[in-house]
Design a protein around this ligand. Structure first.
Ligand SMILES: [Zn+2]
Length: 476
């Protein structure tokens, strides 16, 4: 069923389109054009558990989009031509660029034939570890394991005594010391959920928080925040997690402990089932029952939050271990889902521009400046060496303001990339000629498949300008 928010959004787009308002304003709102962000093109399937479905559009929809842009006299061009039009201060023909992130094999198998038919170019931003088969996208790996298993486990690894700060992730890893309070008391999971909502804050602030702060949040916010972090505090801190508010306690008690082994349909809330339990010498393990589609969705959401926080180097180690423990091969999955060098060369020979999408697809803002420099420059060097052509364009992994900051944009500029695209939403205006390393994009999702006019309305820029409060260039 389509969510109400989506229905309202689509209704708004339809109103702007069919009233003629979007097209009447596009002379002022559409800028020079738009850079579209896509990931995968795959035939539609009806799997119930498909947490990454939002990354795939169908070949039919891609065909319809290209036909619609052609009918609207909007040029489909590559990134170099887009930069040339940005530099031209005069009026230029409207354009869209199609860009694909990560380097999925279906870009060759399903997207390329459609673009060929329309003689239209596109760009693929490739992550070199995916191409080398040493890493698969964690979201693809998680889906694969959870889809095929009735229970999944994630081990945080042995507790670490050293306090080498590597951001939130290593905070998690180093604080997984045994916590007797969590396992011994039946209400411990409940209290831990309260604590989890606070765990992103500095340690000193945690104990200072009261239940009242939690109570002030909506149930949905609590649900969203009370994640993964059962193990993120030391044993000493666990005892301080009781929120002390009967009202909050009763509201939380009605919830399912989402970190517990459960059937996904009203799970037990007891310490015995609590997901954080001793496992080997000092190890902690999160366990999820994943028999039903709902339980699979929940496990995916919980584990996604974990993997999203990991710096690239940790991600590689942890994901490899996660897959191996469940009997799956990272290499085999990467070979099945991602382009290798042979596929990238086929794309290149067909006229597709290959851009850089870092070495390991870690979140750049979580990395040191040296690591960001390495992630971008080493990926570009390897792509150039293997493909024998300059790699001029960069797509930042993730790309939202919390993932890519001014420091990372400055590094991309210093490295000499001709352009770098984010996932900030917006059209491209002449003013972006001065901000070529923080270009906005418009995500193309299967939610728009019901009609090409949804995306056509968005690229008029009117809904985006409203979202960006009238600012053409949004850098924050
Ligand atoms: Zn990506």
């Amino acid at each position: 069923m389509v969510a109400l928010k989506t229905q309202i959004f689509r209704a708004g787009l339809s109103a702007l389109w069919f009233s003629g308002a979007a097209r009447a304003c596009e002379r002022w709102t559409a800028g020079k054009g738009a850079i579209l962000m896509l990931h995968r093109v795959q035939p539609r399937d009806a799997r119930e558990f498909a947490p990454n479905a939002r990354l795939s559009i169908s070949p039919e929809y891609l065909r319809a989009l290209l036909a619609a842009f052609r009918a609207a006299d909007i040029d489909v061009i590559g990134m170099d031509e887009a930069l040339a039009r940005l530099r031209n201060p005069g009026r230029t023909r409207r354009f869209v660029c199609f860009t694909f992130d990560d380097g999925y094999r279906d870009n060759l198998e399903h997207a390329l034939p459609v673009f060929r038919r329309f003689r239209a170019p596109f760009t693929v931003y490739a992550t070199t570890s995916f191409v080398e088969r040493t890493l698969a996208p964690w979201w693809v790996a998680l889906e694969h394991v959870i889809a095929n298993e009735a229970e999944v486990r994630w081990s945080a690894g042995p507790a670490q005594k050293s306090r080498t700060a590597r951001g939130m992730w290593s905070g998690f890893a180093r604080q997984t010391e045994p916590c007797g309070a969590l396992e011994a008391r039946p209400g411990a999971a409940l209290e831990a959920r309260s604590g989890a909502a606070l765990a992103a804050q500095p340690g000193a602030a945690l104990e200072a928080q009261s239940g009242a702060a939690l109570e002030a949040q909506s149930g949905a916010a609590l649900e969203a925040q009370a994640r993964l972090v059962l193990a993120a505090r030391s044993g000493a801190a666990c005892g301080a997690w009781s929120c002390g508010s009967p009202k909050t306690d009763s509201r939380l008690a009605r919830r399912t402990c989402s970190l517990c082994v459960s059937d996904g349909e009203g799970a037990p809330l007891d310490a015995e089932a609590c997901a954080v339990r001793p496992h080997g010498a000092g190890e902690r393990v999160l366990r999820f029952a994943t028999k039903t589609s709902a339980a699979k969705q929940r496990a995916f959401a919980e584990l996604s939050a974990l993997f999203m926080q990991m710096p690239g180097a940790e991600l590689r180690t942890q994901l490899e271990r996660f897959m191996t423990e469940h009997g799956f091969s990272m290499r085999a999955l990467a070979e099945r889902e991602m382009c290798g060098w042979s596929e990238l060369r086929d794309l290149q020979e067909a006229g597709v521009e290959i851009g850089c999408h870092a070495v390991s697809h870690g979140c750049l803002s979580h990395e040191s400046a040296e690591t960001v420099w390495y992630e971008l420059s080493a990926a570009r060097s390897l792509l150039e060496a293997k493909l024998g052509q300059p790699v001029r364009h960069l797509g930042y992994p993730y790309g939202k303001p919390e993932h890519v900051g001014p420091r990372d944009i400055a590094i991309a500029r210093e490295l000499g990339f001709a352009s770098a695209v984010t996932t900030r939403a917006g059209c491209v205006f002449a003013a972006h000629a001065e901000h070529r390393h923080g270009l906005p994009r418009i995500e193309v999702t299967p939610g728009f498949e019901a009609s090409p006019h949804y995306l056509q309305t968005i690229v008029t820029g009117l809904p985006l300008l409203a979202r960006n409060r009238g600012r053409a260039v949004v850098l924050d």
